[in-house]
Design a protein around this ligand. Structure first.
Ligand SMILES: Cc1cc2nc3c(=O)[nH]c(=O)nc-3n(C[C@H](O)[C@H](O)[C@H](O)COP(=O)(O)O)c2cc1C
Length: 219
């Protein structure tokens, strides 16, 4: 009996030593100069890719008739819902539209949205006013849904798609018309609709950097 206990104890000890040795080897590997420089390299690449995506995005208002895939629509919605929100409220509701008749109806009804005629899809970002902060923070849903809209635009551009942000809120006639068209409940306010598709031609990002608008430490 005593010998059995001794064997078990030895086996546990041996296992512990093995696990320790494995962990040390892994830790060494992680912090080797070679893997460190690889990690740094990948951070640099990611930074350059993200910066390039932001700086080369531009509004696209003319599209081919190639439809977006379900996977692309899914990625766009996921990007929108990854946006930061005040108190992490995520006060959005999102409506995807691929129905040609609805896209045409929007193009015909709104002068600023005629590009919907050639868009193959659109995504409406709405704010849920029943899921906002109390008091002065109640209108943070506007910033939250704006951040979601920008995320969506960048995701579209990153996938080689074209997109343009069309404003709905706070123009009350547009809010009313979209609420009726999309059968929205009272507490759901449409903030923006993004027209989507494959760009029909080259895109032309604007140079917007203006050092005169930059202030250091104080105005
Ligand atoms: C709140 C908001 C509302 C907009 N509404 C419209 C719109 O109704 N129709 C449109 O064609 N573009 C609209 N735009 C797109 C702007 O015209 C465009 O972002 C601006 O001219 C800058 O060009 P860029 O996006 O190519 O950098 C809107 C943009 C924002 C942020």
């Amino acid at each position: 009996m005593k010998t059995t206990y001794l064997y078990i104890l030895c086996a546990i000890l041996a296992l512990t030593v093995l696990i320790q040795a494995f962990s040390i080897a892994r830790a060494d590997k992680k912090s080797s100069p070679e893997t460190d420089s690889l990690a740094a390299q990948s951070t640099v690449d990611t930074a350059a890719i993200v910066q390039n995506c932001i700086l080369t995005r531009s509004s696209v208002r003319s599209f081919t008739d190639t439809p977006l895939t379900d996977g692309q629509m899914d990625s766009l919605v996921r990007a929108a819902m990854a946006a930061p929100t005040a108190a992490d409220k995520r006060p959005w509701e999102i409506i995807t539209i691929t129905d040609r008749d609805i896209l045409n109806a929007i193009a015909e009804r709104f002068q600023t949205m005629t590009m919907m005629k050639s868009a193959t899809a659109a995504i409406v970002i709405c704010g849920d006013t029943a899921n906002t902060l109390d008091g002065e923070g109640a209108t943070y849903w506007i910033q939250d849904c704006s951040a979601a809209t920008e995320n969506l635009l960048l995701s579209a551009h990153g996938m080689g798609l074209g997109a343009v942000w069309c404003g709905i809120y706070p123009i009350s006639s547009r809010v009313e018309d979209f609420s009726a068209l999309l059968d929205l409940p009272e507490h759901i306010i449409p903030l923006s609709i993004v027209a989507l598709g494959h760009p029909a031609g080259p895109t032309h990002p604007k140079e917007k950097y203006n050092p005169a608008k930059l202030h250091s430490q104080q105005w």
